[in-house]
Design a binder for this molecule. Structure first.
Ligand code: BTN
Length: 265
């Protein structure tokens, strides 16, 4: 697998020597976080065929069965304050859309903030984590992505069957997972080049791909559920929502879950 992935990397292959492949791992994010603390270099990439402890946002589990998906984490070491990275998840989601378009020929959309969707089915999820040093600067960034590649509908547990999807299901093609992995590495490397210099364009591209804008949403914060309409994405990646009582306020992805009123999106 690792050689197939390397064969698809773009010219320059900047991170080629820093890619590690695992048949099984607990969580690529967790292992990479340990490596980051032991000074692993910028551009270290972990890719796994299977995770036994895959994690999603808000403490959820991310199912990571063998031979079905790509589970990947990328380590970046941008020279900036954590506050300069509010748009990180948006940039990563855009990179993922670029990668899938190249690898399988469809451009998916984004459900704010970090779900990659096509025809109302979630194909991939992104979990970004930022480590802060003693000097309060960014010490490391980890971008984790889990992609459903080869599942058919019955491979998903019943409770998520209606809204989980795979690249194979939506393209009706056999998916070359090595190509998907390589295009993700290529796209994250390109994203890294413009992460701190091209924020406005990144957010603009994200707005174009984000299907949450204009949708009715339920904002779930603990026990509280508020209804409203998503109006826009702010430059810090927060979602501007007009709530049913008429108030307009930004919603931050770290604290809430947003559900569309119809179906999953
Ligand atoms: C989500 O949908 O809430 C985010 C899912 C992120 C899953 C990926 S798989 C690779 C990396 N390792 C993890 O434990 N999580 C991320």
């Amino acid at each position: 697998m690792i050689n197939q992935i390397k064969a698809y990397l773009s010219e320059g292959k900047i991170w080629e020597g820093r890619i590690q492949y695992f048949e099984t791992i607990t969580s690529t994010n967790d292992v990479l976080k340990e490596l980051a603390k032991q000074n692993a270099p910028h551009g270290t990439v972990l890719i796994a065929d299977c995770q036994t402890g895959g994690r999603g946002r808000l403490g959820r589990t991310f199912l990571s069965p063998a031979q079905m998906g790509i589970y990947m984490s990328v380590l970046l070491r941008p020279d900036c304050m954590p506050g300069d990275l509010m748009h990180l998840t948006c940039a990563a989601a855009e990179a993922a859309c670029d990668a899938f378009e190249k690898a399988v020929g469809i451009r998916p959309s984004i459900k704010w903030t970090n779900d990659i969707v096509f025809l109302k089915r979630k194909l991939a999820g992104i979990l970004t984590e930022v480590g802060i040093g003693n000097n309060q600067k960014t010490e490391y960034v980890i971008i984790g992505i889990g992609v459903n590649c080869s599942q058919s509908e019955t491979d998903f547990p019943e409770e998520i069957r209606g809204f989980a999807g795979s690249l194979a299901m939506v393209t009706e093609k056999v998916i070359d997972r090595a190509r998907v992995a390589a295009e993700l590495v290529n796209a994250f490397a390109s994203m890294n080049d413009k992460l701190l210099t091209d924020k406005a364009n990144l957010i603009e591209a994200y707005r174009r791909d984000c299907i949450t804008i204009g949708e009715e949403v339920s904002v779930i914060r603990g026990e509280e559920v508020l209804h409203g309409v998503a109006l826009d994405i702010n430059s810090d990646c927060s979602l501007m929502v007009r709530f049913s009582d008429g108030t307009i306020a930004p919603v931050n992805s770290g604290e809430v879950s947003v559900r569309g009123l119809y179906h999953y999106v």
